[in-house]
Design a binder for this molecule. Structure first.
Ligand SMILES: [Zn+2]
Length: 466
């Protein structure tokens, strides 16, 4: 039996199916109006055949109806959300049940993958680093309140930095990658930069031959999200929202496989007009290359509400940008904000009838960074520690075991198959490397010893296939 989550939320923003129904109706308005007028004309002629009936009455009736219809369409185009209530509740309830049933038929549920670009495991598990912290404090001008991230113990510091991760996920899910407690997660590509990392996450294997840099070159490899989008019950319901403008090249999706929205690309939909306007007005510290994470998360959340995707990737990017600029305080602040965004997304998930207790949230990073106070800001092939990553999972199929210790080593190339397994799918990467992370699917009842044997097998498999 899947665990139920202790935290239940009030429900201010349950996605309203009426909002999704009305656009289809709106785009049909012209043929509908024509049909209305045609019916009126036929009625008029039929009426004229009968003796003693006044001619003008049907004209007035049908003209009034056409005028009402035109006004309705006009109001809708100006403010769609106001009009959703104009559909009778009985019809809405029927519609809603129909919509809910469509997803229940499939064994796989919903999946949300969130990536924090280049965010180190050191900060995830120990919070603010003492040396970097004191250096940051000494800087004359501080744009943010540094006090917010300092406490005496690593446990308290990490909870200050990432409260959602260390309350909700630590209590109801699993977190891997604390090398101080013998839990290691590693990238297998040799580049240890973003594009190769995201390729490894989604394709399910490293491709050092073709993907060496972060240029906008169309990815020659397919990936698990595109694979999902090709499945019948997932068609049109896989999306990726990312801050970084290279994501369309990384995903390189064919038409209809998945929706990719990155950087300052607006969403062509009437419900996104407010957010689209913000794309114009928001400040752009990294030019058109990176959209602020808060906007990426806002777009993603709105898309969840409006389109109810079955699979969504949210790519956040500010942590990596600040780290390269050696701004430790801002790097922490960005991670803290990312944690809050993830918390908001999870709050929506758990408040939605559709998603509640049927959705897995997988949080990770594309690469690590240097593991010393002098190299923390950078990452590439020759930087020690840039291969060290982490991941966290919360969802109905994953036992609530919190921070993992003494776990077998895991690899970034295992993520893609793991994503598919959460949805009851089997994804075979073009280059087979190893299997899914089986521990995420085991119930509490399985003895730890037995589980480690299984993992050992996978680990050996990885080594032999290399
Ligand atoms: Zn970077």
């Amino acid at each position: 039996m899947p665990p139920t989550f202790a935290a239940t939320y009030t429900n201010p923003d349950e996605p309203d199916i009426r909002i999704r129904f009305l656009p289809k109706f709106y785009y049909m308005r012209k043929p509908l109006l024509l049909m209305l007028l045609l019916c009126g004309t036929v009625h008029l002629f039929a009426q004229n055949e009968l003796p003693g009936k006044p001619r003008f009455l049907p004209i007035v009736q049908w003209t009034t109806l056409a005028a009402k219809f035109t006004r309705f369409c006009k109001t809708y185009s100006e403010n769609p959300c106001d009009l959703k209530h104009s559909i009778p509740d009985s019809l809405y309830q029927q519609w809603r049940q129909f919509e809910m049933v469509k997803d229940e038929e499939h064994p796989g549920k919903y999946l949300i993958i969130i990536t924090l670009d280049g965010f180190r495991w050191q900060e995830v598990f120990m919070g603010a680093d003492s040396i970097l912290w004191h250096r940051a404090q000494k800087k004359a001008r501080l744009p943010i309140d540094l006090e917010n991230f300092w406490e005496d113990t690593p446990e308290k510091r990490r909870a200050l930095l990432m409260p959602f991760l260390w309350t909700q996920v630590a209590e109801h899910g699993q977190i891997y990658g604390n090398r101080n407690k013998a839990s290691a997660v590693t990238v297998t590509n040799k580049m240890r930069i973003s594009y190769p990392g995201y390729n490894e996450i989604f394709a399910g294997y490293p491709d050092d031959k073709h993907i060496k840099l972060n240029f906008k070159i169309p990815n020659p490899n397919s990936n698990v999200l595109r694979f999902m989008g090709q499945q019948k019950s997932f068609r049109g319901r896989v999306a990726s929202f990312a801050s970084w403008d290279v994501f369309p090249s990384i995903m390189n999706a064919k038409k209809g496989e998945m929706y990719v929205n990155a950087a300052f690309e607006p969403v062509q939909n009437i419900h996104f007009s407010t957010l689209n306007q913000q794309l114009q007005s928001v400040s752009k510290p990294w030019g058109k290359r990176i959209r602020p994470d808060s906007l990426t998360a806002a777009f993603a959340l709105e898309y969840l509400r409006q389109k109810a995707p079955r699979v969504m990737h949210i790519g956040l990017g500010e942590t990596d940008e600040y780290a390269h600029e050696k701004k430790y305080a801002e790097y922490l602040s960005a991670a803290n904000a990312n944690d809050k965004m993830i918390g908001q997304i999870w709050q929506f998930i758990q408040s939605s009838e559709r998603y509640r207790n049927k959705t897995t949230l997988f949080i990770t990073t594309d690469h690590g960074r240097g593991n010393s106070p002098d190299t923390w800001h950078k990452h590439h092939t020759w930087v020690d520690g840039a291969e060290e990553i982490w991941f966290a999972v919360i969802g109905p199929q994953t036992a609530p075991e919190g921070e993992m210790e003494q776990s077998p080593p895991y690899f970034q190339c295992q993520f893609a198959q793991t994503f598919a397994a959460f949805l009851g799918l089997e994804y075979q990467p073009a280059q087979a490397v190893t299997g899914k992370i089986a521990a995420l699917f085991e119930t509490r009842d399985v003895p730890l010893k037995q589980r480690q044997t299984t993992e050992k097998y996978l680990e050996n498999q990885l080594i032999t296939k290399k």
